[in-house]
Design a protein around this ligand. Structure first.
Ligand code: GLN
Length: 484
């Protein structure tokens, strides 16, 4: 029984719970049972909130019994990245500096999924403060890729991706600043979505780089991802960058197909540095779209080559400012010392890991007097020309397609001592963050070694509906390939 329940999609669970065919508590118990044994070798979760899950599930069952509308995610188990504030539940960003800190409020996305009837199962592992591409930068030990536990799940939302890939929960939330939802989704073989900047409230998301951060869904299929996106999206007065009108609905248009759509294949992301197996899968993906009625052309995005450099100035610059608040006074860890200044130094020295310290130093340097224009100022200009490149492409194209990642999942330990190689993981994903555009990764078969390959679909701001139509067609083709 429990095997059957954990294999269900979020949509099926919500339907079965709403109709009374399954109890939310029954669903929670089945998932908790799997989680107990299933997470041992993967470490997707930093904290499993079993009692809360059963209590929340009980509330869903009680609401249904009382005739109340159960919500679109009635009884659906969900995992929350540990940079999302959860009232009464520790939130660490996988950092020693926040160990023991318990937020006094919920992030807006946490409130929204709860109001929709979802049941939170706890907090998922991540790279410390979302800085990384492998989840090895967690202060609490790495997460392993469920498809091959000697390999990384990607990052920084590696715990959220692995939890869904291992069938521990059908849905999870992550955050994506430079690729942290799409890259782990690709490496774990699940769907991951970075919405348009401002589509989903960032209230209660512990900031890494505020002009780039977006929260988004992980799911095993495109339909579940669309449902979760609709639940979390929408205006929030608590986030000043929240889009007033929200995004167009997606769920009702998943079957619209791609007939007549104009697709651009990003030429610069298909050659050097991209594993040949991945490039071959992406070519197969655009062939599928062409057969389904889309027109495909190769498009040159000349400024994409500078995106990584611009990102590694802008993101650390914003991080160095955002992380200044972790000073031993207000949150979590304090290492005592004779003076306040010494206490702050001692706390930050002990509390931050090496990658976070590297980013703070890079960012502080980029913002320092005398270097500001040369580094931060130039990076912002590059950001503008990247936006212009996108705008020119979208004059005659509806979506862009590329690999999500340059390689499939790499071995634990393989890239950890080489920051530059680690940073290159995001070469395909960063441009959409710089532009504030939506982008998603959809699983599209495997490489020669049997590891999942993700195809990235990018769309202009508020283009989620079109993006999901393309994803649905690719998903159907990938599934019929497996069946054949
Ligand atoms: N891997 C990138 C970084 O380390 C992106 C991280 C993210 O999207 N949070 O900055």
């Amino acid at each position: 029984m429990s095997d059957d329940v954990v294999a269900l999609s979020a949509r099926s669970i919500a339907e079965a719970v709403a109709s009374g065919e399954l109890g939310a508590v029954e669903v929670a118990e089945a998932h908790l049972e799997t989680l107990d044994s299933g997470d041992a070798g993967i470490h997707a979760f930093l904290e499993v909130t079993a009692e809360r899950a059963l209590a929340e599930a009980g509330e869903v069952d009680a609401a249904i019994a009382a005739g109340a509308s159960p919500g679109r995610l009635a009884g659906v188990p969900i995992g929350l990245k540990d940079n999302l504030c959860t009232r009464g539940v520790p939130t660490t960003c996988a950092s020693r500096i926040l160990e023991g800190w318990i937020p006094p409020y919920d992030a807006t996305v946490v409130t929204r999924v709860r109001e929709a009837g979802a049941v939170s199962f706890g907090k998922t592992n991540m790279d410390e403060f979302a800085m990384g591409s492998s989840t090895e930068h967690s202060a609490f030990g790495p997460t392993r890729n469920p498809r091959d536990t000697a390999r990384v799940p990607g990052g920084s939302s590696g715990g959220s991706a692995a939890a869904v890939a291992a069938d521990l929960v059908p849905l999870s939330l992550g955050s994506d600043t430079g690729g942290s939802i799409r890259q782990p989704a690709a490496l774990c073989g699940v769907v991951g979505v970075k919405p348009t900047y401002g589509a989903v409230s960032r209230y209660g998301l512990i900031a890494f780089a505020s002009s780039l951060d977006q929260i988004g869904p992980f799911a095993r299929d495109v339909g579940d991802a669309a449902l979760l996106l609709e639940v979390i999206a929408g205006h929030d007065p608590l986030d000043a960058t929240s889009i007033p009108d929200g995004i167009p609905d997606v769920v009702d248009h998943l079957d619209d197909g791609v007939d007549g759509l104009r697709v651009g294949l990003v030429a610069g992301l298909m050659g050097d540095g991209i594993a040949p197996d991945i490039a071959a899968r992406v070519r197969e993906a655009v062939a599928v779209l062409e057969r389904a009625g889309a027109t495909v052309e190769e498009v040159v995005m000349p400024t994409f080559a500078s995106a990584l450099s611009a990102y590694y100035l802008i993101a650390p610059a914003e991080a160095s400012s955002n992380l200044a608040r972790f000073d031993g006074v207000r949150y979590g860890l304090r290492v005592d010392a004779p003076t306040t200044a010494e206490m702050m130094v001692a706390t930050r020295t002990a509390g931050f890991g090496p990658e976070v310290k590297r980013r703070i130093m890079l960012g502080t340097y980029a913002l320092s007097a005398g270097y500001y224009d040369a580094y931060y100022g130039t990076a912002q200009k590059v950001r503008t020309v990247i936006c212009n490149d996108f705008a020119a492409a979208y004059e005659h194209l509806d979506v862009l397609v590329s690999p999500t990642t340059p390689t499939t999942a790499f071995a634990i330990g393989e890239e950890i001592d080489d920051p530059m190689t680690m940073y290159l993981n995001d070469i395909c994903t960063i441009p959409s963050n710089l532009a504030g555009h939506p982008a998603m990764s959809v699983p599209f078969g495997v490489d020669g070694g049997g590891l999942p390959v993700g195809v990235q679909i990018m769309a202009p701001a508020l283009g989620e509906r079109t993006m999901f139509r393309v994803a649905a067609v690719l998903e159907a083709a990938a599934q019929s390939e497996v069946a054949a």
